[in-house]
Design a protein around this ligand. Structure first.
Ligand code: ASP
Length: 308
């Protein structure tokens, strides 16, 4: 098993499949009255969040607690970070506290990689800037596999703000490793020219959502990340929704078995309408539930739970 999970590219097909299979076992715990396993008793997991998060932070916390680890939540707001403490000094503090795993979210792309050089424990990237979010890709893959029965050969459209999306990057890397075919769809301003080829050969690009929909098994909508946009990337929210928003008529262009995904948080009415988000084709709530099982599997495997 790998020591850190920093990128979707850290996972070969066998390791990714092992994580997904372990997550399926972990999911059975969620159905029990007592949702706890003793696997990580006595181990310390630190959640180090320098950027806002709702579901990812709660999900990692629930995952660590269900494995009986001691959990320390460290949020940059209200800590010495606001007094200018560097990531390195924070890392040394965590090291002194004996963290076995550090789950880190940071606005700077690459911060988890730096952290991994400074601590002895495992580092899990919970989202770094516009770079990567590998556990999101794993929970997305898990959701696809449990809904559609396989990953190899699936056709997946990833739609919208690819430029600012760490979810898109990690998904392209992982899905191509697992044999799915990804098409990035969005306005040219939000799909960097060389991204598809740079991430994974075989990744396609389209600027025409309506043309892509009838041929996909999965459509993954991305949040338009306005907080990361300095300039204007499209004429207006209404124009964006008209060209690239998933609404009722577009939903009906999908094959009957196809599912609709979104990593959250959603801009309802922009990239996705409430009708679609709340439809039975949408897996958005399932993705959140699956996130806990997948993060349990990641923590368990990284911390050597299978060797003890
Ligand atoms: N929650 C995801 C992330 O942190 C997706 C998003 O924010 O749009 O990257």
């Amino acid at each position: 098993m790998i020591r850190h999970l920093l990128s979707g590219a850290d996972l070969d097909a066998a390791t990714a499949t092992q994580i997904l299979d372990t997550a399926a076992e972990m999911a059975t715990v969620a159905g029990r009255e007592v949702k706890k396993l003793p696997a990580l008793r006595g181990r310390t997991v630190v959640n180090l969040f320098y950027e806002d998060s709702t579901r990812t932070r709660i999900s990692f916390e629930a995952a660590a607690k269900r494995l009986s680890a001691d959990v320390i939540n460290f949020s940059a707001k209200g800590s010495s970070v606001t007094k200018g403490e560097s990531l390195k000094d924070t890392a040394l503090t965590l090291q002194a506290m004996g963290a076995d795993a550090v789950v880190v979210r940071h606005p700077a792309s690459g911060a988890p990689h730096r952290l991994a050089d400074w601590v002895d424990g495992s580092v899990v990237n919970a989202g770094d800037g516009t770079h990567e979010h590998p556990t999101q890709a794993l929970l997305d893959a898990y959701t696809m596999r449990s809904r559609l029965g396989r990953l190899a050969g699936l056709s997946v459209a990833v739609v919208g703000d690819v430029l600012h999306s760490r979810v898109a990057r990690s998904n392209v890397l992982l899905l191509s490793t697992l044999g799915a075919k990804v098409t990035l769809v969005g306005p040219p301003t939000l799909i960097p020219v060389d991204i598809a080829a740079a991430l994974a050969p075989g990744t396609a690009v389209s600027y025409d959502l309506d043309a892509v929909l009838p041929g996909v098994d999965v459509v993954m909508m991305l949040r338009v990340q306005r907080e990361r946009m300095g300039d204007s990337y499209f004429p207006s929210a209404r124009e964006y929704a008209r060209r690239y928003g998933l609404d009722g008529p577009r939903l009906r262009r999908l094959p009957d078995h196809a599912i609709v995904m979104h990593p959250g948080p959603m801009n309802r009415g922009m990239e996705i309408t409430p009708e679609v988000a709340d439809s039975p084709r949408s897996t958005i709530v399932e993705q959140v539930a699956n996130g806990v099982s997948v993060r349990m599997a990641v923590l368990y495997l990284l911390l050597g739970g299978n060797n003890r």
